[in-house]
Ligand binder design. Structure first.
Ligand SMILES: Nc1ncnc2c1ncn2[C@@H]1O[C@H](COP(=O)(O)OP(=O)(O)O)[C@@H](O)[C@H]1O
Ligand SMILES: [Mg+2]
Length: 331
């Protein structure tokens, strides 16, 4: 039977979380029991140890493939990025077929990344999203995080540059260190800040330095995180940028079919049986996904505030036209 010092050792190992030693002592007890003729007890003990070992191994490997929950960035990171845990899915988005396929592929490669890596291939993970405002670039980053169950970290580059003039490159290093430490989707939003601020009265040297260090960090980055750059102004960006990304995804204004998809999704809770979709969609042409979605919300609210859940074509067209007028004013 176990001696007093063995029992004490077991308790100490348990308290210190030293599993390896804990099992070693238990096996010693089993060996001793076998020697003193308690064969059954020894056998039971060995089986228990084997089972416990297998269990704890399964737990730790499940843990390491799970994203680390990071409630809020602390210390220096706090001022550099914001975190969220989006529930957005790809099916929430109205996307043209090429984009839909590209994003499906990114998600598939990420889901199968262990298999790809074990054969020496890297899953696609550095993405540059380009296209006009309101077409779903920021939303895509959320959808990637939502699909993969990863946290979404957003870095607002223009804020970073103005806030930390002179030390932006050092701050970028901190961000890239976080990116290597915690797997997630890292969105460098409004990426054009790096391009467009050049020659606009800002410190050109600083912007250049920041862009160069971003490219270097991006190149050196061998982490498991997804890096997503999003920009509205592709013409302002350096060609050097494109080469450092694994894929460039192009967003555009919705076609008639896509516009109809956005409209129907937004109005799903209303009675739209009398809506003339052709007329409504004609009014939606030229607007972005975001503008169409907003117009639909406006029309839906107008109907509800008028005490009806029936949406009329007139109201929808009026809301869409209003958006178009707002757009003209802002340009
Ligand atoms: N492709 C899309 N499908 C469905 N809704 C969209 C799409 N693109 C934009 N939206 C709507 O417009 C909002 C703003 O879009 P966002 O992703 O911020 O555009 P961007 O980053 O390209 O400027 C989204 O939160 C969503 O409600
Ligand atoms: Mg955006």
């Amino acid at each position: 039977m176990a001696k007093a010092d063995q029992i004490k050792a077991l308790i100490r190992c348990h308290a210190e979380g030293d599993d390896a030693r804990f099992y070693a002592v238990a096996m010693q007890v089993a060996a001793q029991a076998a020697r003193s003729g308690h064969g059954n007890f020894a056998q039971e003990l060995r089986e228990l140890v084997d089972k416990a070992k297998a269990q704890s191994k399964a737990d730790t490997s499940a843990q390491s493939s799970r994203p680390v929950p990071l409630a809020q960035p602390r210390g220096e990171l706090a001022g550099l990025l914001t975190v969220s845990y989006p529930k957005t899915r790809l099916t929430d988005m109205a996307l043209n077929e090429p984009l839909d396929k590209q994003l499906d592929r990114v998600i598939l490669e990420q889901r199968q990344r262990e298999r790809l890596l074990s054969h020496g291939f890297s899953p696609v993970r550095k993405l540059l999203l380009i296209g006009p405002p309101g077409t779903g670039k920021t939303m895509t980053a959320s959808a990637l995080a939502g699909e993969l169950g990863l946290p979404l970290f957003t870095i607002q580059l223009d804020g970073l540059i103005t806030k930390f003039m002179g030390e932006t490159a050092a701050k970028l290093r901190v961000v890239f260190e976080a990116l290597a430490a915690t797997r997630g989707v890292y969105l460098f939003d409004e990426f054009d800040a790096l391009g467009s601020q050049r020659g606009m009265g800002n410190d050109v040297g600083e912007i250049r330095r920041v862009l160069n260090s971003f490219l270097q960090f991006l190149e050196l980055d061998k982490s498991d995180s997804l890096v997503v750059g999003a920009t509205n102004h592709v013409d302002l960006l350096d060609l050097a940028l494109f080469r450092r990304f694994d894929a460039v995804l192009e967003y555009g204004l919705p076609t008639r079919d896509i516009a109809l998809e956005v409209v129907k999704a937004r109005l799903a809770l209303l009675d739209t049986s009398t809506v003339d979709w052709e007329a409504a969609i004609s009014s939606a042409m030229g607007l972005s996904h975001a503008e169409i979605a907003r117009a639909c919300e406006q029309a839906a609210k107008d109907a509800l505030l008028n005490d009806t859940t029936v949406l009329e074509t007139k109201g929808l067209v009026a809301a869409l036209d209003e958006r178009r007028t707002m757009r003209r004013k802002t340009i």
